[in-house]
Design a protein around this ligand. Structure first.
Ligand code: PLP
Length: 769
């Protein structure tokens, strides 16, 4: 295991994720350490050590009053904002039990863009306390501003209204004065909680001058440590302690206080109230920082769209999307370039959007592609300058690798050749480049990846050999046709059939003697083989080297088989237009013309395994195994397939196109602390960095011998498997990436395709610095 002291920030790290959490200010850290080392007393003890601790506690409370403008009301130290939110909501609901019975349709209102802690707490305690009110989101407009008419309409029935000072994803702030007017006009007594987490230190707060009942705060969003926060409670607002015990905090929140955390707040508050101190920057200065960052972003990402209106947002947050780039692309690039930002959507294979941007009515691509860049109110000019330089340098790596097009593009000297698989939500799009003849072929495109293809074509001035589908379901959106329209001018052939196959006079003979249509692609040939069954129009494309007009089994590199053969199953035959008898004949035909070890590239990938072979499939699929050995009649196949398809109907829609079996993972891990000794003990090992080339370019890897690393991005793992199949048994490969997730996927895929000596580094570069 790594020692804690070995876990360090990267040198020159640029931290732009302050809305998630901030670094701890040195003054705050010093105050906390001082308290731990020297003022460790319990504030409840009556001896002098305890009295010193008590002084720290109470003087911090006094400073807090000054910072948030609360000369009246209670300030209770908590573990953070989530606790403050619990306390506020429980207090309000507990006090509203009687009212809830009197009102016909009691409601709990919260802003639609509120932090998840708010709606989840409302729903939880509404159920736990048997309040049975309706929990309703207050809609926001396209700027993220709460709909005050909606509040006016529902306020009379509300037991609590929860709003926020500023949003954590977009920085959009609300007009608290207007909200107060509307709320109080329609319900003078309703309890009102305002989440102030993102406002502290960035917006002037004067809580005692408002009728806000509860205001939670969090220390770690303003340069304090995690685990400390506070809650403001207005005089006379109902209050229910959620932690009972020794009666600390005047009985309002029991448990010995987190004095080091409170001391850290003390140091921060002192800086905030000191007019001569320049740690915290003026609003004007923060706006200038934002402007500088926005100008840099606009320059490097010509297709950038900001997801919020700067005029109603805190200057410290920039939330943007870039047409044609996923949030994962940008996150990965920035992370490699040491720039830490966050994405609205999770970085999983399943693409999800941001509920905040969805509530603002932003388009799907904006929501799914959103990046949040947040600096802090104590950021410095030097940090912003460094951030801008780093962003410019990082974007260059993207331009080199054709993910970004700019006016200043020039000829890229970076080599792109061979097969790539692009994934979106378990769908696989295959892109094949023949560098020598500058041609590109695309198979089974999805809309979400179409921009990427266009950028690649334009960036390299490629000729598009074809944009093909392996099949098309009735009523399915034909992205290939759409793309053919867009790249029309660079398309090799003007006429093509409904799946995009170009009109061609060439033919090639397959292993079984059958002649099929073919097109040349550099020194390779792409043959079309009709294989109906999953749909009437299904077909496979075979890519390989023809010898004397013959494309023999062993000369085929890849089979793009659509849904016919999948990883862990066969294409469904119970959907509209499908025919199991044809499926049987098609699989039989395929086995006559391709080898059992030929790489099959399917149209779906539910397990991040990317490609497969007939031999591998037969191992886990008895139906296919029997079909391959000839031990199955067509009638038996139809019966058995029907039964299997029936089972699929109950499984998720993900399995729409075929049967899924789980692949077991058995990888050999080399943990980061053991990597150097592993490399020393295995001088022949090949380190495979599976990140995308733009990340590889953007990341300096001082600690690994550059000679030993090859960059084989996960998107090219099938190409790698093909090219290195001769070294399956001998060479040792160790896969590495940013976090250990892609390297695990790569190693898993290699292992499954019988690469014998495969290792991976859990935790990845994140733990290597
Ligand atoms: N409210 C907002 C607006 C936040 O940004 C956060 C943290 O992300 C929270 C509440 C929860 O804060 P804590 O982490 O202190 O529980």
């Amino acid at each position: 295991m790594l020692n804690l002291t070995d876990i360090q920030p990267q040198v020159d790290e640029i931290y732009l994720d302050n809305n998630a959490t901030t670094p701890v200010l040195p003054q705050a850290a010093e105050a906390a350490i001082h308290t731990m080392n020297l003022c460790y007393g319990n504030p409840s003890s009556s001896h002098m050590t305890g009295l010193k601790a008590k002084y720290i506690l109470e003087s911090t409370r006094t400073l807090a009053r000054q910072v948030i403008g609360a000369d009246s009301g209670e300030i209770i130290f908590t573990s953070g904002a989530t606790e403050g939110i619990q306390t506020s909501i429980i207090s309000a609901l507990n006090a509203s039990r009687d009212k809830a019975r009197v009102i016909q349709n009691p409601v709990l209102l919260y802003g639609a863009t509120e932090h998840k802690a708010v709606p989840e707490t409302l729903k939880h305690w509404n159920a736990m306390l048997n309040i049975n009110a309706e929990v309703i989101a207050i809609p926001v407009d396209e700027r993220g501003i709460l709909d005050v008419d909606f509040i006016a309409e529902h306020a009379a029935d509300a037991l609590i209204i929860c709003t926020m000072v500023a949003n954590n994803e977009t920085g959009v702030f609300q007009d608290i004065v207007l909200l107060e007017q509307v709320i109080r006009q329609h319900n003078p007594d309703v309890l009102w909680m305002v989440d102030c987490v993102q406002g502290l230190g960035k917006i002037a707060l004067n809580l005692a001058n408002t009728s806000i009942d509860y205001a939670p705060f969090s220390g770690h969003k303003l340069y304090g440590p995690k685990g400390i926060g506070m809650l403001y409670v207005r005089d006379q607002a109902p209050y229910t302690p959620i932690i009972a015990g020794g009666g600390q905090e005047s009985g309002l929140r029991s448990g010995t206080e987190n004095l080091p955390g409170i001391a850290a707040l003390n140091a921060i508050f002192k800086l905030l109230v000191d007019d001569d101190d320049t740690t915290f920057k003026s609003h004007q200065q923060l706006c200038a920082y934002r402007q500088q960052l926005a100008e840099t972003l606009n320059k490097v990402f010509p297709n950038i769209v900001y997801n919020h209106d700067f005029s109603c947002s805190l200057p410290t947050t920039l939330n943007f999307s870039v047409k044609g780039l996923s949030s994962k692309d940008i996150m990965d690039l920035f992370d490699a370039a040491r720039i830490r930002v966050s994405s609205g959507s999770a970085c999983s294979s399943k693409v999800t959007g941001s509920f905040v941007l969805d509530a603002m009515g932003k388009s799907k691509w904006q929501s799914e592609g959103a990046i949040r860049l947040s600096f802090g109110p104590a950021s410095t000019q030097d940090e912003i300058d460094r951030a801008c330089s780093a962003i410019e340098a990082a974007a260059k790596a993207m331009q080199h690798h054709c993910l970004l097009l700019t006016d200043a593009q020039g000829e890229s000297d970076v080599y792109v050749d061979g097969l790539q698989q692009w994934t979106f939500d378990n769908q696989l799009t295959w892109c094949y480049v023949d560098q020598a003849t500058k041609q590109v072929l695309l198979i089974d495109p999805v809309v979400e990846l179409s921009e990427r293809f266009q950028t690649l074509v334009n960036c390299r001035q490629f000729t598009v050999a074809a944009v093909l589908n392996t099949h098309l379901h009735d009523g399915q959106e034909d992205c290939a046709a759409m793309l053919r329209g867009i790249v029309q001018e660079t398309l090799r052939s003007e006429s093509h059939d409904s799946l995009g196959w170009p009109e061609t006079a060439s033919e090639v003979m397959l292993e079984n003697g059958q002649s099929v249509a073919a097109i040349a692609l550099g020194d390779k040939i792409l043959a079309k083989l009709d294989l109906p069954g999953h749909t009437e129009n299904s077909r496979a494309y075979l890519l390989g080297n023809a010898v004397d007009g013959r494309l023999g089994k062993t000369n085929i590199d890849y089979v793009f088989a659509g849904d016919l053969i999948q990883i862990g199953g066969l294409g469904r035959s119970d959907i509209h237009g499908a025919r199991p008898d044809q499926l049987f004949d098609s699989i039989k035909l395929l086995t006559e013309v391709v080898a059992e070890s030929t790489l099959i590239c399917p149209a779906h990938d539910y397990q991040q395994l990317f490609s497969t072979t007939l031999a591998l499939e037969a191992k886990s699929n008895p139906l296919l195994a029997k079909l391959l050995t000839g031990d199955l009649t067509r009638a038996q196949f139809i019966d058995e397939k029907e039964r299997l398809d029936q089972q699929l109907q109950d499984i998720t829609e993900q399995a729409l196109c075929g049967l899924i079996t789980q692949h077991s993972k058995s990888l050999i891990d080399v943990f980061p602390d053991k990597l150097q000794s592993f490399l020393a003990a295995n001088p022949d090992v090949q380190v495979v960095d599976v990140r995308e080339p733009f990340e590889f370019e953007a990341h300096r890897r001082e600690y690994l011998d550059e000679q030993k690393i090859v960059n084989i991005p996960l998107t090219r793992i099938t190409d790698f498997i093909h090219r290195f199949k001769g070294e399956k048994r001998e060479t040792k490969f160790i896969c590495i990436c940013r976090s250990g997730s892609r390297s695990a996927a790569a190693a898993n895929a290699l292992k499954r395709l019988e690469f014998e000596h495969v290792y991976h580094v859990p935790g990845g570069f994140a733990l290597l610095n």
